[in-house]
Design a binder for this molecule. Structure first.
Ligand code: HAM
Length: 427
C-alpha cells in the first residue's frame, strides 16, 4: 500500500515542529503582553460565511475553497482564513457586550486549494490577531507594532512593511468607477477572469498573476487619489504613530489585499529571503464586516502570519532559535538499578527538569551513545554497584567530568544546576 499525504499538505517533523512550537510560544507571550486573549473557532464553517465575508469575486472564493456537502446536505467549507470565523463568533456569542475593543488571537490550520510550491500549501498554519470595536488609529499602530515586534523577536531582520489605505466605501466607490473606466480601454489585454472582474469588481484585477493583466494595470488609478478627508487623516495619524515608534514602512498605494472586506489601513510584511511567496503576513481594517454579517456597525482590524513561511525565512537567514526541546538529564540505568533510575527520573521531572531514560534495552555503552545523540547536558549513571551504595555517577557531557553523588542529594544538585540555565532563558 502506498499512502502519501495529499498534495499541498505535509508532516511537520523534528526541527520544523520544534521551530513551529517556538514561534507559537513566542507569539503567545507577546500577544498576552499586548492584552490579547485566545479564541478557538471551528475548522469548518458554513460556506456562505466566506462567500459573504471574503467576497464572491475574490480568488479565494472563486477557486480556492475546500467546499463539501455533509451528510445532511449542508454546504460547508474548510476555513481558508480566520477573520470571518472570528467575526461570526463575535456576533453569535454576543461578545459586543464585553468591553471593546475585544482583542483576540488565534492559531490554527487554514485550507486553500492553491497550486502548491515552496511557501504555498493547501493546508497551512496561521497565527493571527483581531481587535474588534475600535476605529482609533492607535489600535492600527498597536497591531502593526505587534506584527513587526513578533517577526523581529524571531530573528527576522530583512523585513519590509508595506502600508496602504483602502479607504472607506465612499472613497472606494469613486475609485472603482475610475478603475472600471480605465480597464474598459484595456479589455483586449486582460485574461478571461479579469474581463469579468473588470466589470463586477475591478479591484480584484490587481490580484491577477497573469503577465498581461499585470502590465495592463501598471498605470491604473491608485486608491490614494480617492481618499476622503477622514480616511486621509486616519492614515496620517497611523503613519505618525509608526514614525514615533521607529517602525519603518514603505508606502505602497498598489497594495490591494485579496479580500473584499478591507477598509482603510492595510499592510503586508515581506522578506527578501523568500522567493515568489515572500509575504510573511498581512492584514488591515475591516470596518464593514461585522455589519455585513448582520451586526451593528463595528470597526475592526487584524492580521495573520503564515507559520510555514516564517519557518522558511528563519532557516533561510540561518537564525538560531533557542529551541527548548533539549533534554537536561539522561538517566542511564542498567539491570536491577533501572527501577531506582525510573524513580529518580520522575522525581527530576517533578522538579521541572527535562529528563529521559532508555526504553529499548540498550547496554550502558549504547545509552551513553544515545545521550550524545540527544545532546543532553548530564548523564546520571546507575548500575548494580551504585545501587548497592545508594549513589550514582554524574557525568557532565560538555566537559567529560564525572563525580559520585548520594541519590538523596540529586534533586538539590539538579535544582541548583538548572536554575541558572532556566532563569537565563529569555525569549
Ligand atoms: P492572508 O494574507 O491571506 O491574510 O494570509 C496571511 C498569511 O498567511 C500570508 O501572508 C502567508 O504568510 C500565509 N499564507 C496564505 N496563504 C498561504 C498558503 N497557501 N500556504 C502557506 N501560507 C499561506 C489573511 O488570511 C487575513 N485573514 C489576515 C487578516 C486578519 N486580515 C485581517 N485580520
Amino acid at each position: 500500500m502506498n499512502i502519501k499525504a495529499p498534495r499541498g499538505t505535509s508532516d511537520i517533523l523534528f526541527d520544523k515542529a520544534d521551530m513551529k512550537q517556538f514561534i507559537e510560544k513566542t507569539a503567545v507571550i507577546l500577544f498576552e503582553q499586548f492584552g490579547y486573549h485566545p479564541i478557538i473557532t471551528p475548522t469548518f464553517e458554513h460556506t456562505e460565511l466566506f462567500q459573504r465575508g471574503i467576497g464572491e469575486s475574490t480568488d479565494i472564493v472563486q477557486k480556492e475553497m475546500y467546499t463539501f456537502k455533509d451528510k445532511g446536505g449542508r454546504s460547508l467549507t474548510l476555513r481558508p482564513e480566520g477573520t470571518a470565523p472570528v467575526v461570526r463568533a463575535y456576533l453569535e456569542n454576543g461578545l459586543a457586550s464585553k468591553s471593546l475593543p475585544l482583542k483576540l488571537y488565534y492559531c490554527g490550520q487554514m485550507f486553500r486549494y492553491e497550486r502548491p510550491q515552496a511557501g504555498r500549501y493547501r493546508e497551512f498554519w496561521q497565527l493571527g490577531v483581531e481587535a474588534i470595536g475600535s476605529r482609533d488609529a492607535f489600535i492600527d499602530a498597536e497591531v502593526i507594532l505587534l506584527l513587526v515586534t513578533l517577526l523581529k523577536k524571531l530573528g527576522l531582520k530583512d523585513l519590509e512593511l508595506h502600508l496602504n489605505s483602502m479607504g472607506c466605501p465612499e472613497c472606494r466607490k469613486s475609485f472603482s468607477e475610475s478603475l472600471k473606466g480605465y480597464l474598459a480601454n484595456k479589455t483586449e489585454h486582460l485574461c478571461d477572469d479579469c474581463k469579468r472582474r473588470a466589470r463586477v469588481n475591478p479591484l480584484r484585477v490587481f490580484d491577477c498573476k497573469v503577465r498581461g493583466c499585470q502590465a495592463a494595470i501598471k498605470n491604473a488609478p491608485l486608491i490614494s487619489n480617492f481618499w476622503c478627508e477622514d480616511c486621509s487623516n486616519h492614515f496620517e495619524t497611523v503613519k505618525g504613530l509608526l514614525d514615533d515608534m521607529g517602525v519603518s514602512y514603505i508606502l505602497n498605494p498598489a497594495l490591494v489585499r485579496g479580500f473584499d472586506y478591507y477598509t482603510k489601513t492595510t499592510f503586508e510584511v515581506r522578506t527578501q529571503s523568500l522567493g515568489a511567496q515572500n509575504a510573511l503576513g498581512g492584514g488591515g481594517r475591516y470596518d464593514g464586516l461585522v455589519e455585513e454579517f448582520g451586526g451593528l456597525s463595528t470597526p475592526a482590524i487584524g492580521w495573520a502570519i503564515g507559520t510555514e513561511r516564517v519557518v522558511m525565512a528563519i532557516e533561510e537567514l540561518g537564525v538560531k532559535l533557542p529551541l527548548n526541546s533539549h533534554i537536561d538529564v539522561f538517566v542511564a540505568a542498567i539491570d536491577e538499578a533501572r527501577k531506582k533510575g525510573f524513580n529518580l527520573l520522575n522525581n527530576l521531572r517533578k522538579h521541572g527538569i527535562s529528563a529521559d531514560m532508555d526504553y529499548a534495552g540498550r547496554s550502558l555503552k549504547g545509552q551513553m551513545k544515545l545521550s550524545n545523540k540527544l545532546n543532553v547536558s548530564y548523564v546520571i549513571i546507575m548500575g548494580p554497584e551504585e545501587l548497592r551504595k545508594n549513589t550514582c555517577l554524574i557525568r557532565n557531557m560538555d566537559t567529560g567530568e564525572q563525580s559520585e553523588m548520594q541519590i538523596s542529594d540529586i534533586t538539590r544538585w539538579a535544582k541548583d544546576t538548572f536554575k541558572v540555565r532556566k532563569a537565563g532563558f529569555d525569549v
